[in-house]
Design a protein around this ligand. Structure first.
Ligand code: SF4
Ligand SMILES: [Zn+2]
Length: 376
């Protein structure tokens, strides 16, 4: 099957993928809302902290966008800056780098009104962190928001983090249903750089409906392309399987497998070595489900018993090592590793290289299954 035939069969026109919208929306509708008293969560590792604030949620999520994402759905907090202060005060004194996030975008006025956002920036400024990262959607980054940020926060390195996931039009349209990625990140980078801030892009490994080799290639391509377009840092993350997402439904129906933790290392090995001090890996372990309304834990990437601890230890050291030479040494060290899941990953890659599956035939098989599920 070619792309044209596939698009006709599933009525995919322009950027609109009705089937993925419908199934993702349907699965998300079943998710429980965030309990009212879970106003924030904290996650700390080494000197890094992640602080999440409850908001009503991402507007794209409500339309059925993004097949691998669940950032929960809650309510906007009337006193969000006060809640933020309470959360911030709970962080360990050794924290020097903080990531702020909501159920969607920190810069979205529909989640955090500007007045409250300014108070949040003021509270952050007082803490004099070395690095502040603000997670938001690309379409919420405006000159006005950046000006306010610049005016209030002084003395910290400020980074804006955006979820890009892939730079392939096909992956964004047929696998992720995320058509909100700016075509060219260059302009966005320029706008952010003008104010003296940095732009971080998230890239995913483990995109659904793709063979493993293509999942790896897609991540490698996206990383190089983003650096070419001027991005400062990349956050590489293996897909985590979360309830109420399409990827979770696929997993339950044996149409998706957990991505190998070793695939992350494979991606790192295919990146231009001079760029490796600008890439961090996140979500590589099993993360606890912090939302008590959910029934099951988040499934992180797959490691065999032999390598699980060692690879996680490697990734933690890799992230906390800022020196390029140090990172290269760590990577070279872990490349000698041999274990059951690495062998199994290499076998899968060899088989794929021999079979060369047609991507639209593959997609067609998955799409037929999804169609029959929603027509029940
Ligand atoms: S990936 Fe980002 S844009 Fe997509 S639903 Fe999740 S929060 Fe929204
Ligand atoms: Zn292993």
């Amino acid at each position: 099957m070619n792309e044209h035939e596939f698009k006709i069969k599933y009525s995919i026109g322009g950027n609109h993928n009705g089937l993925l919208n419908q199934i993702t929306k349907e699965l998300r509708q079943k998710r429980p809302r965030v309990p009212v008293d879970l106003t924030y969560t904290l996650f700390e590792v080494n000197d890094f902290a992640q602080l999440w604030l409850q908001t009503k949620g991402c507007s794209f999520s409500k339309t059925g966008s993004c097949t691998c994402c669940d950032y929960w759905e809650g309510e906007n907090l009337p006193n969000i800056a006060e809640v933020f202060k309470e959360a911030l005060d709970k962080l360990s004194p050794n924290v020097s780098s903080v990531l702020i996030e909501t159920s969607g975008s920190v810069f979205d006025d529909n989640e955090i009104p500007l007045k409250e956002l300014k108070k949040i920036f003021e509270l952050l400024d007082k803490k004099k962190y070395k690095k502040i990262v603000i997670e938001t959607h690309m379409n919420t980054i405006t000159r006005q928001k950046l000006d306010i940020l610049k005016e209030i926060i002084t003395g910290s390195e400020v980074c804006i983090e955006v979820g890009i996931e892939s730079l392939s039009r096909e992956v964004l349209l047929y696998s992720l249903n995320k058509m909100t990625v700016a075509k060219d990140i260059t302009q966005l980078c320029e706008m952010v750089h003008e104010k003296g801030f940095k732009l971080i892009g998230n890239i995913m490994v483990g995109v659904p409906f793709l063979p493993l080799s293509s999942q790896i290639e897609d991540a490698v391509y996206g990383i190089h392309k983003l650096f070419e377009q001027g991005i400062d840092y990349i956050i590489l993350f293996p897909v985590n399987i979360k309830q109420y997402t399409l990827v979770h439904w696929l997993y339950q129906n044996e149409l998706y497998e957990r991505v190998y933790g070793q695939a992350v290392i494979k991606v790192l090995n295919q990146i231009d070595r001079s760029l490796l001090d600008r890439i961090d890996v996140v979500w590589y372990g099993n993360r606890k489900q912090e939302n008590p309304a959910y029934g099951s834990d988040i499934l992180g990437p797959y490691y065999c018993e032999e390598c699980s601890e060692d690879i996680m230890d490697f990734l933690q050291k890799f992230n906390s090592q800022n020196d390029l030479e140090g990172r290269l040494n760590l990577l070279d060290g872990i490349n000698d590793y041999s274990c059951e899941c690495k062998k199994s990953m290499e076998n899968t890659l060899e088989n794929e290289a021999m079979q060369k599956p047609d991507i639209y035939d593959l997609l067609d098989r998955y799409y037929e299954k999804m169609e029959s599920y929603i027509s029940k």
